[in-house]
Design a protein. Sequence first.
Length: 271
Amino acid sequence: MKDILNAPFMVEMIRTTTNMYAHGWDERNGGNISLLLDDAEVEDYLDTSAVLRRIPTGFKAPELEGKYFFVTGTGKYFKNVQYAPDVNLGIVRIADEGGTAELLWGFADGGKFTSEFPAHMMSHVARLKADPKNRVVMHCHPANLLAMTYVHTLDEREFTRTLWQMCTECVVVFPEGVSVLPWMLCGTNEIGEATAEKMLVSRLTVWSQHGIYGAGKDLDETFGLIETAEKAAEIYMKIAHLPRLNTITDEQLHITAEYFGVRVREGYLNI
């Protein structure tokens, strides 16, 4: 077996969690990530017949039966992942139609996956329906997006349009827009179900007064998606109280989308 600490998915997960903490998105034990792994990736580094523990998930997702996930741990700090990945991360295989996660590596201190793992799994199911190439669900607490949910209407169309108007690249990076949920209790199946429904149509879902869920084909894409939305929110929070003399118009958004070959969410532009 190859050394799992040298696996590309391990190296990238450590880099990503470290970078997210450095960005201030994942204070204390805030935030979580799950990465869907290919069977071949896992089998190169682990004996998949050696199950360390069987952990109940508290939900059912038969669509994920037999799939492998690399996931952050509950109560773990992203700043510590680089120093003790085997304690703060784990690799599990979904069994019993989603009711059980078989631990194959990690959580060496007796811990388990993030409390929001069911919400992640629901979003994975939704995103795989929308895009079979989806591999990542990422949750974090970017300060400017949170701040925006206190002072901006939570209407998804208006929220999206404001972000698009803040930076030219936004309409290219997330042309399907941003979904928004009102405040809901975190760590519950209810918020997981609501997020998954939003994830059928967009890769970004804002949890008002809490954080954001992002999804993508890999860790880089998902990180960049959230980073772009957060940058736009930062610009908005800097100028929201000032008279706006200039903006990116709907016509300019349309021209940009056409030039880069992306399809803008229907009904979101006034043209």
